[in-house]
Design a protein around this ligand. Structure first.
Ligand SMILES: NC(=O)c1ccc[n+]([C@@H]2O[C@H](COP(=O)([O-])OP(=O)(O)OC[C@H]3O[C@@H](n4cnc5c(N)ncnc54)[C@H](OP(=O)(O)O)[C@@H]3O)[C@@H](O)[C@H]2O)c1
Length: 261
């Protein structure tokens, strides 16, 4: 059975991907750690849209999780035609004030598991000469972000990796796209441990997913959600990188109320 697999589908952008794609009649496989939330969403989507919805609850940051997920979809006889690598999290603060184990866990989820899932499902797509992969990056991918140093670096990786695969796979009828949202209203900030986002949150997950689906239809290598985010990322290319980084650092210090001495 042909399916769309969405990681991080229990909330935010991933949940909206699940809702929008199920409404289009696609069978969906929802992946995240929160089993109850996934099951509730799955029941709702299956009934509302008369589609097949399945869940697989697992922690994708664990070693071997990507391979276990792939093996499970193979065992269930699922043909993953669209893969949405959306699961991810961030952290905010002076790098040395953060828990290094959590920073490493972030790299495991945002980078390592995304690369492995892409590798495993892309191989099957190549054989079929058909498929779509959306890797969720961020506008933070375009520049260093002081006080979100590891997170921005993981997203820079995702953007670069995805654009390279976009070109490698165009000849095989496989669309690979990086989605770059700016600050979006989701659980992202509470998961990152901040009470109040240090910058303006201008978009909803619905806006972001609508942009992503347009970009995928157009065969883009990456798409930035929101025109202000687009203008900002383009303007940053015209000024020295050190200046862009210093301005971002100043904004983050003020937003997070960080004093340096
Ligand atoms: N919101 C923003 O401002 C923003 C901006 C740019 C990019 N993004 C990116 O958008 C993506 C989605 O985030 P969101 O904003 O929708 O935040 P969110 O509401 O916190 O959603 C994150 C999703 O990832 C799942 N997840 C977290 N850790 C996981 C793990 N170890 N294994 C499996 N699943 C895991 C969460 O589910 P469980 O907790 O149930 O596992 C949840 O479904 C992320 O890659 C994020 O970096 C967000």
């Amino acid at each position: 059975m042909k399916v769309t697999l969405i990681t991080g589908a229990s909330s935010g952008i991933g949940e909206v991907f699940a809702r929008r794609l199920a409404a289009r009649g696609e069978n969906v496989v929802l992946v995240a750690r929160s089993e109850e939330k996934l099951n509730a969403l799955c029941n709702e989507l299956g009934r509302a849209h008369n589609i097949n919805c399945q869940t697989i609850a697992l922690d994708l940051s664990e070693a071997g999780a990507a391979r276990r997920l792939f093996a499970e979809t193979e065992r269930r006889g699922l043909e993953v035609d669209t893969l949405v690598n959306n699961a991810g999290f961030g952290s905010m603060g002076d790098f040395l004030s953060l828990d290094v184990e959590r920073e490493l866990n972030m790299i495991d989820l945002n980078v390592k598991s995304l690369v492995e899932l892409t590798y495993l499902y892309l191989a099957a797509m190549r054989k079929r000469r058909r498929g779509h992969i959306v890797n969720v990056a961020s506008t933070a991918a375009f520049q260093p972000v002081p006080y979100m140093a590891t997170y921005a670096a993981t997203k820079a990786f995702v953007l670069s990796f995805t654009e390279a695969l976009w070109d490698e796979n165009r000849a095989y009828n496989i669309r690979v796209m990086a989605l770059c949202p700016g600050a979006t209203e989701t659980n992202f900030f509470s998961a990152a441990g901040v009470r109040k986002p240090p910058f303006r949150v201008a978009q909803t997950a619905e806006d972001v997913v609508a942009t992503a689906l347009r970009g995928l239809d157009r065969g883009k290598g990456h798409i930035i959600s929101g025109w202000l985010n687009y203008v900002q990322t383009q303007a940053e290319r015209l000024v020295p990188r050190s200046l862009v980084t210093r301005i971002a650092g100043k904004g983050m210090r003020s937003g997070l109320n960080i004093k340096t001495d």
